[in-house]
Write a protein that binds this ligand. Structure first.
Ligand code: FAD
Length: 546
């Protein structure tokens, strides 16, 4: 980031085996897979890494119990199996999460259908004995979650999933890909393709931070542009046959005291859909909605109707909480880049990924899940390698590539590290929460942040922590704007919005001091900061948005 102009000038003189467009989880996973197989790889992202759908998901690494109802056996088996693999690759980022499924009157699942579905789910995913489903009586379910409606509740089942931070997972993939030799730039947009004899041989790019155009040469180009995949297929003149079907999903965040759940819950929305309620630190988040979308791809917002839908379902199943729109402290909205199928509603569309190869050789990948990113990358890179006559085929290696410089051996080691950090941080005025937050955000690299915090000696502990994190993010995680910091690297905009309001001016001025962006870039950055806060804290009128 510090020598960006120089680095970009170098890559434009170079020739890459592979250019990957799109720095979401899919593109970053492809970059890691390719680089680790010895492919000379460049990843370009038009905004920040994970700024698209990959920071707007439910943040679960899950097999998708719901998809069993649609007989998506292959998808559930693959994502179900991937959960444990991704957990092993990054135990600090992907944690086991017990999920409670209440069986309710008028709900999607009956006692036996739920039990059968979860048994199949566990079988397909090959879960360990201790993680297998546990059916609960009504009394036990109510004991586990006293807020559940007594009138609606029939029984419950506990089963196992994993929780993550989608944007952090993406940035760790980018960092790991770089360690394997990939070049990766955020704020570098693919504007058009370069052709020779009808084949894509490069990409015309624009550097949004220095406001300059540049070209890159490549043997193969992959588009992992998520919701923007069809826009690039149009540029390539290859948008025919199947196309994307975008659906919007909204999450809302409420203070934990407004919805004090004991665990994560997967419950009925009573319209055939299911919703998650997930406690995280001082908040609980709820989602998601699933509605057709045809508005701006670059600014996706939550509407008042989205909020009312989510809160209405929560109030039905947890009648004593009586959540109101005013209780929501933050929200996010994301787009699912699904493959269109005639006559299907948003929730019925398959979550399977598909690869399209155009006559020009452009490979596009769409659909899929965060959870399945590694297998999607494997399929794409297999296709890329098969086309490359100059390289010997190397099989996928990512099943054993840990997503940290100094990885944790297992989840037990993560918990021990949190305890250790808690003891160290207590005398500095921090609670267990900060030790948990640092470890689950940065793994053992928390050490560097803590050392910086101690060197800095800022008597205001909150400021000290933000400054130390920002220093780390600037040095090692390609942060270029305050929104990168607050939304994608630290998740503060969603999970601690007050801290954003408190620290945004200091963070913005530190970033400006570091990079001395020109006035055009700087005004864009400030505008983006205002938009981010507005979008996270305001519900728009549905009429105005659509
Ligand atoms: P994106 O993350 O959108 O990445 C595409 C990137 O391409 C963007 O960053 C964009 O800026 C960039 N780009 C576009 N055009 C260009 C260009 N011209 N030049 C350079 N860059 C470009 N999956 C799960 O497994 N678990 C969940 O809990 C889950 N929950 C979800 C909840 C919701 C509401 C939604 C919407 C999805 C959820 N998913 C979940 C699915 C998952 O989030 C997505 O499948 C995944 O994040 C898609 O990643 P992606 O990299 O393909 O797309």
């Amino acid at each position: 980031m510090f020598n960006r102009a120089e680095d970009i000038s170098k890559i434009s003189e170079d020739h890459f085996d592979l250019v990957v467009i799109g720095g979401g989880v899919t593109g970053s996973g492809i970059a890691l897979d390719a680089a680790s197989r010895g492919i000379k790889t460049l990843l370009i992202e038009k905004e920040d890494f994970a700024s698209g759908t990959s920071s707007k998901s439910t943040k679960l690494i899950h097999g998708g119990l719901r998809y069993l109802k649609q007989f998506e056996i292959g998808l559930v088996k693959e994502t179900g199996t991937e959960r444990a693999i991704v957990h092993k690759l990054a135990p600090h980022l992907v944690h086991p999460e017990k999920m409670l499924l209440p069986i309710v009157k008028g709900g999607t699942f009956g006692k036996w259908s739920a039990s059968f579905a979860i048994m199949v789910y566990d079988l397909l995913a090959g879960v360990n004995k201790e993680d297998k489903r546990k059916p609960l009586t009504k009394k036990k379910t109510k004991e586990a979650e006293p807020l559940l409606s007594d009138e609606l509740l029939k029984s419950g089942i506990k089963y196992s999933e994993y929780r993550t931070d989608d944007a952090r997972l993406t940035i760790e993939l980018v960092k790991t890909a770089r360690r394997y030799g990939a070049a990766a730039f955020n704020y570098a947009e693919a504007m058009d393709f370069i052709y020779a004899e009808g084949k894509v041989v490069g990409v015309e790019c624009y550097d949004h931070l220095n406001n300059v155009s540049f070209n890159v040469k490549a043997t193969q180009v992959v588009s992992a542009a998520g919701p923007w995949v069809d826009k690039l297929r149009v540029k390539d003149g290859s948008k025919k046959g199947k196309s994307l079907h975008l659906t919007k999903g909204v999450h809302v965040v409420v203070p934990k005291e407004k919805l004090p759940l004991n665990q994560s819950i997967y419950f009925d929305a009573f319209d055939g859909r299911m919703i998650f309620a997930i406690p995280r630190g001082a908040v609980t988040y709820l989602g998601t909605s699933d509605t057709n979308y045809s508005d701006s791809l670059d600014r996706v917002v939550s509407t008042i109707d989205d909020a009312k839908y989510l809160l209405g379902t929560v109030n039905k199943i947890f009648p004593s909480v009586n959540l109101k729109v005013e209780d929501v402290v933050s929200s996010w909205a994301g787009l699912r880049p699904l493959i269109h199928e005639d006559g299907k509603s948003p929730s019925e569309l398959s979550r399977k990924d598909e690869i399209f190869t155009s006559d020009s050789g452009l490979i596009s990948i769409a659909g899929g899940k965060l959870t399945g990113y590694r297998k999607m990358a494997e399929r794409v890179v297999d296709a890329v390698m098969k086309n490359m006559t100059n390289l010997k085929f190397v099989p996928c290696k990512t099943k054993t590539i840990k997503l940290a410089i100094d990885p944790f051996k297992n989840y037990k080691a993560v918990k021990e590290y949190i305890d250790h950090l808690s003891k160290e941080m207590k005398p500095l005025g921090f609670s267990n929460y900060e030790a948990w937050y640092l470890t689950t955000t940065y793994g053992k690299e928390s050490r560097m942040i803590l050392d910086r915090l101690q060197e800095d000696k800022n008597p205001n502990r909150e400021e000290g922590l933000v400054d130390a994190e920002l220093w780390y993010n600037l040095m090692y995680e390609s942060v270029a704007t305050p929104v990168d910091f607050f939304a994608r690297r630290t998740g503060r905009i969603y999970f601690d919005v007050e801290s954003v309001k408190t620290h945004m001016q200091r963070v913005a001025s530190e970033i400006q001091n570091t990079f001395s962006w020109n006035s055009e870039t700087l005004s864009d950055i400030y505008e983006e900061l205002d938009d981010m806060l507005e979008d996270a804290t305001i519900f728009y009128d549905s009429e105005t948005v659509s």
